[in-house]
Design a binder for this molecule. Sequence first.
Ligand code: ADP
Length: 455
Amino acid sequence: MQIKTRLTLLYTSLMAAMLLTFAFIVYFTSSETREDEYFKRLKQQAATKANLLFDTKIEPQVLQLIYKNAPNSLFQEEVAVYDTGFHLLYHDAVEVDKVKETQGMIDSIISRKEIQFYIKDLQVVGFLYAHDGRSYIVTAAAKDDYGLAKLANLRNTVIIAFLFSIIIIYLAGQFLARKSLQPVSSLVNNVKTITATNLDLRVDEGNRKDEIAELAITFNEMLNRLENSFDAQKDFVSNISHELRTPLTAMLAELQLTLEKDRNNAEYREAIAHTIGDAQKLIRLSNSLLDLAKANYDQTEIAFKNIRLDELLLDARFDVLHNQPSSIVNISFDRDIDNDNDVSVYGNEYLLRVAFINLIENGCKFSADHQSIISIAYDGTHIELRFADKGIGISAETLPHIFLPFYRGENKKFADGNGIGLSLTKKIIDLHGGQIAVQSQEQEGTIFTIKLPHL
Ligand code: ADP
């Protein structure tokens, strides 16, 4: 069911319930009042007749005559007077006798002084009447035709007014629901026009104040994030194809050139060495991409365990020296390690080693002395690793971009690379809840500082 319909029905039912309660209260209060007033009137009329009989001493026959000849005698109250011994002293119309008093009824009036009850539509009142120190029993019965007709009229009016109001309330509810959901409908139409090919479109944010505007703003923010991520993916793919094409083109050109004519052994060796170099670049690139993919996994999918960072750094140093025997890697501690926890973190061994190798390799390859100096410091909450080199440094303009994927600084001519290393390193450090910072001075050197929380 549409929200519009649901809102309309809810609104109509609520209003109907309120109207019904109101109508019931009005009807039953009127009904009670009519009943009370009629009983009172009956008693008054009966008392008046008893007065005429006892005080004014009007003959019973005269009273009966007046009763029978009254123009609305059918609706008149029929009065009867008894003494306490249940002897009839007066009756308006014995032949009709609507009440048919019994001894029980007379006894009940004597003990309770007054009783009121119904015989079908007839309202009957019986009460004790005192005259000259003696008690008499007076009964009066009549049907409140006028009051009942008024009540029936009221009931019909209430029913018609209720039905009429419900129709109006339903239509008003429909109008209100449509009006209040109008912005949602236009939002939906707006959103329908946005696809992967026009992610730059945004939905109308209206007055930027109400709940619908809040939804539109949140949606636009989500679109911003999606667009950025789409753009980043597009850039990423074109960067990868570029990075793959460069060494492949170089390999192809080298091999084609070599094949053009007969070469001597030295020339063949040189061509093969170049091709191997390009193939190694491709392997490094594909390894980096694989690592990047691993670092992009959900944290829950990556196996974490307790790792001693000093041992991991020694492993990383070993790997770097294995690949580049000319590198120099120094590791030092700011202070002694008292227990394992001082230099331990909860992390993924493989990814952290990749991050450290990247930083050590960068330090070595961007410095003439091919040296990376690593120092380890720690306190109760964090471990701080500093990777310093005395290399060519990074210019202030380049510095803000070095953590972007595929970004290579203007000093890239100094050493080979693919621009993935630092972005991958940052991702890995983020994944471990740590921070990475860089300080650099051109021609003086660079220091990367990593801060990782303990276990
Ligand atoms: P790559 O080293 O493959 O070029 P990285 O992502 O590791 O890519 O580094 C990005 C850029 O940051 C490098 O191209 C370089 O300009 C700069 N850079 C990183 N580390 C250093 C360093 N230790 N000294 C000088 N420049 C560095």
